[in-house]
Design a protein around this ligand. Structure first.
Ligand SMILES: [Zn+2]
Length: 408
């Protein structure tokens, strides 16, 4: 175990080269144990089990203290690859750059200008083996093969913040899209140009493709999935189930809506894009008194982006907080007014624990209605266990006013 820990530290400090030099099986176990591997191509994936084990070991230090703010330029290498027995090139490097420019636009908007991407595209590279290697080795190790191929071609991937491997299509059961590492150091993402999701053909150069890239880079930045609390016919009760990926209004939640919407306030606070510091431009206001509060529209820079206040101690430590945000059909949130899951007719309410990064849960403020989850105007949510009340008083295109009663 000590040796494993030392190797882990080496990996964090020496990054890429060590990955390639280490014995293959050792790396595989490292990836599975220490990195939360995402498999968002399947909603029934088991990566929540890995996340759960990390939760228990969380120290009672707030997330803002655990993670430095994510700011500035993030460098990205996108590598397009195919195989000796399948040399199809379903897209072009130029199109890839276009898509990554959209992804950069996404991050710039959702971070209120704090983050943008700078992307280099490589490929198509034909890897020196057949697609059968995908079944033999799995995506993770084929990723290391691609890093070896980069060295052979004289391309230095070490300086990049993110390396995105794009397979030409889903190859067997392993080389497929929807994987991203959640760890320090260089983030790695595995995607496919052509794939099938929920029976529909999907493509890298589509809104769905963008939502998937955003999701996996979100993991690289340290985000976990945005979940939903399902309590049947009530918003909050004794028998609730946490639905992994279940937040319809967060790019770290369900992907079935084919949209890349803003990360919720719990997530943005973790990344340092909003803060409860007094003098900051994009604030999350921590409420300490009962009263009426105004929230600015969430998508545009400046002002109060969200409200938060404690619900009480979390089951696994830390403090559970309520988060309130007012989402409007602007920019990357434009599509939130469409489809079966709307969010723009009121305020969204989430729960999250200030020390546990997998604890983001959307609450359903319209539990008997399948089309929306927002708290509607003049409606009041009551948390009978704690005495918390949230009433939506008024909305406009500029913001919303809510009346909040804190926990007793
Ligand atoms: Zn994921």
């Amino acid at each position: 175990m000590k040796k494993a820990l030392e190797t882990y530290k080496q990996l964090l400090t020496q990054k890429t080269l060590i990955y390639i030099l280490l014995p293959v099986l050792y790396i595989a176990s490292f990836l599975l144990v220490n990195a939360a591997i995402d498999t968002s191509s399947s909603i029934t994936s088991n990566d929540s089990t890995i996340l759960e084990s990390k939760e228990v070991s969380s120290t009672p230090v707030t997330l803002s203290e655990q993670y430095p703010p994510v700011t500035g330029e993030r460098t990205v290498a996108v590598i397009l690859v195919n195989f000796l027995d399948d040399q199809d090139e379903p897209g072009t490097p130029e199109k890839t750059l276009e898509i990554m420019s959209e992804v950069s636009d996404y991050f710039e908007e959702v971070s209120y200008g704090a983050v943008h991407l700078s992307t280099d595209v490589y490929g198509w590279w034909t890897l020196p083996f057949d697609t059968s290697r995908c079944t033999e080795q799995g995506s993770h190790l084929v990723g290391l093969d691609i890093k070896k191929e980069a060295i052979r071609r004289g391309v230095n991937l070490s300086p990049y913040n993110h390396v995105i491997f794009v397979f030409n299509k889903r190859q067997g059961s392993w080389c497929k899209g929807g994987l991203g590492t959640v760890m320090g150091g260089q983030g790695m993402v595995w995607l496919t140009w052509e794939d099938t999701y929920a029976g529909e053909k999907t493509s890298f150069d589509s809104l769905y493709g963008i939502s998937r890239i955003v999701h996996e880079i979100g993991h690289n930045l340290g985000l976990k999935h945005a979940n939903r609390l399902d309590c049947g016919e009530t918003t909050f009760g004794d028998s609730c189930t946490t639905i992994g990926y279940g937040d319809f209004y967060d790019a770290m939640g369900t992907l079935s809506q084919y949209r890349a919407s803003h990360f919720n306030a719990f997530q943005k606070m973790k990344l340092g894009w909003i803060s409860d510091a007094q003098d900051i431009e994009n604030r999350i206001q921590t409420i300490t008194e009962d009263g009426e509060y105004f929230i600015d529209t969430y998508e545009t820079p400046g002002g109060i982006k969200a409200l938060r206040f404690p619900r009480g101690p979390g089951i696994k430590g830390g403090t559970d907080y309520y988060y309130i945000e007012y989402r409007q059909p602007i920019g990357w949130d434009t599509e939130l007014k469409e489809g079966t899951h709307t969010a723009t007719n009121g305020v969204l309410v989430h729960l999250g624990n200030d020390t546990i990064d997998n604890s983001s849960r959307l609450l359903d403020m319209q539990p008997t209605n399948t089309t929306g989850h927002e708290l509607l105007q003049r409606n009041t949510f009551k948390d009978t266990e704690t005495g918390v009340e949230i009433q939506l008083l008024d909305t406009s295109t500029k913001g919303a006013t809510v009346r909040v009663r804190l926990a007793e």
